[in-house]
Write a protein that binds this ligand. Structure first.
Ligand SMILES: [Zn+2]
Length: 109
């Protein structure tokens, strides 16, 4: 079972206490965006077998949204962090690099 640490209330929450919210770090496109950029924003998502960044909500806990870095293949969790952060903390990126040398995800490395 997947267990994620909620960075707000400090609880190690089981998957059943959480609600998945899809891909993290999406670049939001507004009314001035091109059709291609807006289409990408609406429909195109990363779907890696490996390192992934996701949004999760501690639905049966504090109710807040947070972000998680984990491996979709092994369920290894590299860390969680507040949803307001524009990219993962360096500490988490270092953990991923140690476990998965040469990883990349979107614009992140
Ligand atoms: Zn919480």
């Amino acid at each position: 079972m997947l267990t994620l640490h909620c960075p707000y209330c400090g609880v190690d929450a089981d998957e059943t206490d959480l609600h998945a919210g899809g891909e993290a770090h999406l670049k939001r496109e507004g009314p001035g965006a091109s059709d291609v950029d807006f289409e990408d924003y609406l429909f195109m998502r990363e779907n890696p077998k490996g390192v992934h960044f996701e949004r999760w909500r501690h639905a049966y806990g504090c109710g807040k949204w947070f972000l998680a870095a984990r491996c979709t293949n092994t369920l290894q969790v590299f860390g969680t962090y507040p949803a307001q952060m524009p990219e993962p903390p360096q500490e988490i990126k270092d953990k991923i690099s140690a476990a998965r040398p040469g990883w990349s995800w979107g614009n992140l490395t």
